[in-house]
Structure formats: structure tokens, C-alpha cells
Write a protein that binds this ligand. Structure first.
Ligand SMILES: *[C@@H]1O[C@H](CO)[C@@H](O)[C@H](O)[C@H]1NC(C)=O
Ligand SMILES: *[C@@H]1O[C@H](CO)[C@@H](O)[C@H](O)[C@H]1NC(C)=O
Ligand SMILES: *[C@@H]1O[C@H](CO)[C@@H](O)[C@H](O)[C@H]1NC(C)=O
Ligand SMILES: *[C@@H]1O[C@H](CO)[C@@H](O)[C@H](O)[C@H]1NC(C)=O
Ligand SMILES: *[C@@H]1O[C@H](CO)[C@@H](O)[C@H](O)[C@H]1NC(C)=O
Length: 458
């Protein structure tokens, strides 16, 4: 019994490692992200630094005089962020604090220049989110300057007053930065949210390793899990670990996102398992959409003509039994589908009978693009569609003759269906309110890279 429990525990410990071998995605955030964050971050930092200051006991007059102090304004004039290799991000902020000291008989205004420095460690949280924590933090205070125009700035008051303010701020500013970072963590946590991919299917990204941090970038190794009806889609083969080479995509882009071949395979497996790639092409008599009817088929297949003296509409059932295969080569993404197409015609009792079925091979060229936070695809047929007869209830079929006919009937509805599906797209790694802007997609041997700006929508 104890042994069984031990085994269970061992399995539980091993599970994260199993998921670590799932489809690889790498998000590399380059220096440009930090400049953007420092622009966005000034206002929230300014608000966070607006702390409360306890009363000051003024001993300069007669006896102890409790004096109220209020921060009127904090102006962060400079916020610099830079990567610290193997740790995270260094923050340097320069700010001017304006205080109002409610001294009797007349209030006094003080300006205090402060420089705040902090190191923020970026790590992998237990549930696969990035977690930022402040590892060191301190502030440096310049001399306070009184600027009320009066003669009140007596050193007797100023020196202890500044000591009081410094002591308070030294603690509170770092606490404020820490709580700002906690808020950031909540936001970063939305990375692991489930995003719908299609009906009853979702994708979730989560961090699978400690981030790799250099002076130039932070790189997050993510795993993407696709779910169908709540169950993860697991590729039948072992997934190779994915690493994103240096110098891919556009140098200097804010984000470089690498998507492994395995991610494409998983997405296609999901579409196939969900039956999303299947379609029925239903003919109507006297229609331009589907010129296929038993009288046309009867000209090629005598047995059809014999069985259907009256013209009947024909239905094509397109079924993908096997996963489509995506091939990623330098500047060239292709997709191969191998559907089985069953050709049916109505019988007298309004049921359908199978005339024959075909094994079809279609090669498609795949164009990838990014919209907001989604990777989308469009396809077009490459070369000729390949047909062979899988089974026939109508005797011999000359596939050469059938070819031209099937091509026209089958190709357009298939492409329309596929493009509508791939046009819905699959979510890329993101957090709430963050969009990819001016993204460009690059196809490499075995993986795809997206170079993009990032835009935070407040
Ligand atoms: C603080 O204000 C003074 C006077 O306006 C200015 O010279 C100084 O650059 C400011 N410092 C910061 C850090 O904003
Ligand atoms: C400041 O103090 C000087 C001398 O102590 C005095 O002459 C002057 O009027 C004072 N100015 C104000 C604005 O109180
Ligand atoms: C059968 O299809 C052919 C080719 O499109 C068309 O010319 C013919 O009118 C169709 N027959 C019927 C009965 O719809
Ligand atoms: C991509 O590769 C396929 C063969 O694998 C080829 O037919 C096609 O022309 C190529 N496309 C481009 C844009 O090079
Ligand atoms: C599809 O592509 C594969 C691999 O590039 C090639 O071997 C095959 O002949 C192509 N088939 C068709 C029908 O174009």
C-alpha cells in the first residue's frame, strides 16, 4: 500500500516533465519591450509612489508639534529598465516628490528628488506563469528644497523633517514597487488562460522551464496544449524539444515567437479529430455550384447510366481519416491532405447509396499571417489533385476521365471550407490586453517565427 502511494507520488512528480515534452513554443522578448514597458509603466509607478506619510513631530517651535505631511505630487521623470543576465530586470526610476508640510502658522512645500533602484527576478511559477519578484530595492534621497518663498526653511526644521520623510519613504517606496509587481503577476498569469480554437476545442500555453535571460532578451519556453472536449491532444510520436535559434525573424523586433513543427502537428491533429476538416458537398440538379449529377457520371461510368436512367444529384462525403501533414521548409509551408471522398446518389426510397469512393491526395501551399493575437492560414492548391479508386459499386472507373470532373467539383468547396477554418486562427501566446502589431511571419526548416511589435491596450 505504502509502495503504491509512493508510486502515485512519484508519478505526480513526473507529470510536469511529461508535459514538458509537449509542443514547443518560445517567446523571446527583446530590449525594445523594456523601453515600451518603461513608457507604459511611468504613470502606474507614479501612482504607486504616492504613499501616505505619518505625522512629523516638529520640535523646532515650543514643545512637540504634530505636523501633517502630504504628498502633493510625484513626478517620475525617468524610468529605465534593463535585463540582468540570469536574473531578470533592473529598474532605475528618478522622481521628484512634492510634499506639503502643514506647519503652523503657515504650510511649507518641499521638493525631494529621489532615485529608486530595484532588481526584479523573473522566474517560472508553480502553475506555469511567469512570476516577477523584487530581490533588492533601495532609494537614494537628495536634499529637500523648500519652495514656498517664505523664510520658513530653517535648517532647524528641515533637517529632522527630511530625516523623517527619508525614513518613511525608504520602506514604503519599495513596498509600493513590490505591490505593483504583484499586480503585474496577476496580469502575466493570464498567459495560461484557455483560449477557444474552435467549437469545443481550446489552447493553453504555460511556461515549462526557467526563463533564459541575457543582457539582450528574456526567453520563455512555453508548452502549448490543445484540448478537444476538455481532453489534451497528444501527438502519437515523441515530441522533440524545441529551441529557437538566435538571429531569426527581424532583429530588434519587440517579440520573436517561435512555433515548432509539433505545434502545427497538434493543431492539425485537433482539427482532424474534431472532424472539422470533413465536409459534405451536396449537389443540386440544374446548379452551377455542383455540376456533378448521375447523368454526367453516367457518361464516364456505364453502370451509373444503367442504374440511374433519370438524372439524380450526387453527394460527395469528404472525410479525413488521417491527420493532414504540414511541411515547413525555408520560406515555404505546405499542407498535404489525404481525404477519402465517397460519392453517393439517392436511391428510390430516399436513402443514399455509395457509388464509389476515392483516395485523394491534395497538396496545398500554406500562407501564414497574424491578426491581433491569432495565427491564421490560407491555402491554395499546389499542382494537380491525385485520385485513385478505393472502392467501387459501379464497376470499372477510368480515373483519368474522372479527374477533370472531380477537380472542378471538389477543389473549390474544399478550399473554401479549409480557408474558413484556418482563417479562424489559433491564439498565439499572449496576456490580456496585449496585441501583436505589425507582425511578420517567417517560415524556416521545421519551425515558424513571428517577429512583432507588442501593443498594450489599456
Ligand atoms: C526635479 O525638479 C527639478 C526642478 O524642476 C528639476 O531640475 C529636476 O530635473 C527634477 N528631477 C527629477 C528627477 O524629475
Ligand atoms: C525673511 O527674513 C528676513 C530676515 O530674517 C526678512 O527681512 C524678510 O522680510 C523675510 N521674508 C519673508 C518673505 O518673510
Ligand atoms: C448535370 O450536370 C451537367 C453538367 O453541369 C449539366 O449540364 C446538366 O444540366 C445537369 N443535369 C441536371 C438534370 O441537372
Ligand atoms: C514550396 O514547395 C513545393 C514543393 O514542396 C513547391 O511545389 C512550391 O512551388 C514551393 N513554393 C514556393 C513558394 O517556393
Ligand atoms: C504532393 O507533395 C509530395 C511531397 O512534396 C509529392 O511527393 C507528391 O507527388 C505531391 N502530390 C501531388 C498530388 O501533387
Amino acid at each position: 500500500m505504502a509502495r503504491a502511494c509512493g508510486l502515485g507520488l512519484l508519478l505526480a512528480l513526473l507529470l510536469p516533465m511529461v508535459s514538458a515534452s509537449m509542443p514547443g513554443t518560445v517567446v523571446r522578448l527583446n530590449k525594445a519591450v523594456l523601453s515600451s514597458v518603461s513608457e507604459i509603466g511611468k504613470a502606474p509607478l507614479q501612482r504607486a509612489l504616492q504613499v501616505t506619510v505619518p505625522y512629523f513631530l516638529d520640535q523646532s517651535g515650543e514643545g512637540l508639534q504634530p505636523t501633517r505631511i502630504q504628498i502633493l505630487n510625484v513626478r517620475v521623470s525617468r524610468l529605465d529598465l534593463k535585463f540582468i543576465a540570469d536574473l531578470g530586470v533592473h529598474l532605475l526610476a528618478a522622481a521628484n516628490f512634492t510634499f506639503k508640510v502643514f506647519r503652523i502658522p503657515e504650510p511649507l512645500e518641499l521638493r525631494l528628488p529621489v532615485v529608486l533602484q530595484a532588481d526584479a527576478r523573473v522566474a517560472q511559477g508553480s502553475i506555469g506563469t511567469p512570476v516577477v519578484s523584487i530581490s533588492t530595492c533601495f532609494s537614494l534621497f537628495d536634499n529637500a528644497i523648500a519652495f514656498d518663498g517664505s523664510n520658513s526653511s530653517t535648517p532647524a526644521l528641515l533637517v529632522p523633517l527630511q530625516q523623517h520623510i527619508n525614513a518613511v519613504l525608504r520602506n514604503k517606496l519599495c513596498l509600493s514597487v513590490s505591490s505593483l509587481v504583484q499586480g503585474l503577476n496577476v496580469h502575466l498569469g493570464t498567459l495560461i488562460g484557455l483560449t477557444p480554437v474552435g467549437p469545443e476545442s481550446q489552447i493553453r500555453y504555460s511556461m515549462v522551464s526557467v526563463p533564459s535571460i541575457t543582457d539582450d532578451y528574456i526567453s520563455l519556453g512555453l508548452n502549448a496544449v490543445l484540448f478537444l472536449l476538455g481532453k489534451p491532444i497528444v501527438l502519437p510520436v515523441d515530441v522533440t524539444p524545441f529551441t529557437l535559434p538566435q538571429h531569426v525573424g527581424i532583429d530588434g523586433a519587440m517579440a520573436t515567437v517561435g512555433l515548432s513543427q509539433d505545434l502545427f502537428d497538434s493543431a492539425l491533429l485537433l482539427l482532424q479529430k474534431a472532424g472539422a476538416l470533413n465536409l459534405d458537398i451536396t449537389g443540386q440538379l440544374n446548379s452551377d455550384d455542383n455540376p456533378l449529377n448521375t447523368s454526367v457520371l453516367g457518361r464516364l461510368i456505364p453502370e451509373v447510366a444503367r442504374q440511374f436512367p433519370q438524372p439524380m444529384p450526387v453527394v460527395l462525403k469528404v472525410r479525413l481519416g488521417a491527420k493532414p501533414v504540414a511541411t515547413l521548409r525555408a520560406n515555404n509551408a505546405t499542407l498535404q491532405l489525404q481525404p477519402v471522398v465517397e460519392v453517393l446518389a439517392p436511391t428510390s426510397n430516399s436513402a443514399f447509396q455509395s457509388l464509389f469512393s476515392l483516395d485523394v491526395v491534395v497538396n496545398l501551399s500554406l500562407q501564414l499571417s497574424v491578426s491581433k493575437v491569432k495565427l491564421q492560414g490560407t491555402t491554395s492548391v499546389l499542382g494537380a489533385i491525385q485520385l485513385s479508386v478505393a472502392s467501387s459499386n459501379v464497376g470499372f472507373i477510368d480515373t483519368d476521365q474522372l479527374h477533370a470532373l472531380m477537380g472542378t467539383v471538389f477543389e473549390k468547396p474544399l478550399l473554401d471550407h479549409l480557408n474558413a477554418l484556418l482563417g479562424m486562427g489559433i491564439a498565439l501566446p499572449n496576456v490580456v490586453n496585449l496585441h501583436y502589431i505589425t507582425p511578420e511571419v517567417f517560415v524556416y526548416e521545421g519551425y515558424v517565427v513571428i517577429s512583432s511589435g507588442l501593443f498594450y491596450q489599456r
